[in-house]
Ligand binder design. Sequence first.
Ligand code: NAD
Length: 255
Amino acid sequence: SERLKGKTAIVTGGGSGIGSAIATLFAQQGAQLALIDLNLDASQPLAETLQRETGLRCIALQADVTDEAALKRCVAETEERLGPVDILINCAGINVFRDPLTMEDADWQRCLAVNLKGPWNGIRAVLPGMVARQYGHIVNIASVHGHKIIPGAFPYPVAKHGLIGLTRSLGVEYASQGIRINSISPGLIMTPAAEAWLESCDDPTAERQRQTDILPCKRIGEPVEVAYTALFLASDEARFINATDIVMDGGRSQL
Ligand code: NAD
């Protein structure tokens, strides 16, 4: 079935990992897509492949989500080429794990700019159109770090707590206008970013095993699993779900 038939979706961070999985599933479910990523190397070929395989329009646009004006231009270009934006998935994000005392101020700034201001920039760019049409679904990719404090990850959790706060606050503000804003908080998901983090550990093999063993389900998550949750939240099936967060971490945060 095509659960997003006739819809137009923007996915930030669509060039890798969770964003790519969301883009792929959304295209299979009938959505036209604009992938916004800093890096076109992966998002451009993915857009071409999805367009070829589905026959639906799929474009790749380059922007840094911290650049509000650039995101506005991307949304304008998407509306021009694909039509009104029904769905925004804010997935672009970066891991910034630092020692609080020795961290450079630039790391703090970049962490908050990409992971928190970035989603707000995306939302701000699509909101006027969504308000005018009284319709829109927005999903922010937060993290289990936005709920449970796992030592050694500062200041990333600060941004992800903020993103969940942004979701709840704006979800309430726009609820009466046909716009739903929710977030997903994944636990560890095997993506290029997660691989890079594992490789940076002193003993990557041991760390991978440890990360697997501490999970109640004894396996690390897959990007497509986050995509299924995003599909549900971005579809009309979730029309009574608003201003909330879905944790999907294989049960880890219950321990
Ligand atoms: P990834 O690095 O594989 O993909 C992220 C994509 O975002 C890349 O294509 C990158 O180019 C793009 N991007 C980064 N900064 C950008 C910017 N400033 N502007 C535009 N694009 C930018 O990462 P991933 O693991 O797929 O993570 C995706 C999201 O999921 C992030 O928000 C991350 O915090 C969140 N998350 C990931 C995990 C995990 O374990 N992988 C767990 C919880 C949450």
